[in-house]
Design a protein around this ligand. Sequence first.
Ligand SMILES: [Zn+2]
Length: 338
Amino acid sequence: MKTRAILLKNHGELILTERNLVVGDTDVLVKTEYASICGTDKNIYLGNVSQEHYTMEMHGKGNPLYNNREVPKLPFWIGHEGGGIVIETGKYVHEFKPGDKVMSFGWSGTYADYFVSPARNLEKVPEGLDIKIASLGEPAGCAMFSALNSGVNLGDTAVVIGTGFAGLIIIQGLKKKGAYKVIAVDKSDQKLKVAQEMGADVIINVDKEEVILRILNETNMKGADLVVEAAGTEESFNTATSILKHNGIFVLYSYITKPITVNIGRWHDDAFEIKTTCLVHHTENERQIWAQWALRPIVLGQINIDKLITHEFKLNEVQKAFEVVCNDPDAIKVMLKP
Ligand SMILES: [Zn+2]
């Protein structure tokens, strides 16, 4: 069948065009209700993801331990976050049927009226979850998974660097899990204001304050018990490295698209506990278990997602939507509605 879909023709150039969809034996055809844009889409749009990152000549090339993912080649049917209704299933698909509500957890080209996804890249929408919020199942589930597995404890002072969609969910999770003090760090006053509404006790704008000094002061010179790195820059990794206490927990959330320089000696000397908490990188089978569990606090209304959706665009406004994602520092989650 044919659908309208967004094609990344060149870096920085998106077009709304016609796409031919074929439902393979293990595939599912989905009618898109909502799709959304995340930092990874932005990096692909801008061309910030290099193959070198995945297969660094020295260490990664031919190494079976490396996650052998490939950089999307242009032209590319962009979009991995989204949700909708199952229309048709391939003959070997037994876990879904027409009418089921599903969430996308893989690169299926979700910026379209319809998309086809391998069944293994879809998750059922948890009972009771609104389809708009469920369309954010992948990013919201990932952020919740991080908060739930962060290791935060009663009495902890936790720092979240980066108050984007993920950071703002993680802040809520850490606070609800018993952190004594949550400190939010970002460059946008508007996002920091939302962080405060979401439960952050202290907000710090890195462009206006000496962040390391301020956190030392907030922790009686002891450093934070836990830091969540959710900004994805060399600067934020180094800030995280400099504010954590001896034996603190370093929660690595964000996706860094190129090699960076970090004073990793401190990780050794101060015996940091390193946790990588990205749900999508756990195996597919594990994800089927974890995704429902991670989304449970959202289904039950313990975590506010509505407030984090700042923009909504039609498919034919996709270029404008990406401009907002790339240039508006106050934008949190930008959604697309076919
Ligand atoms: Zn994403």
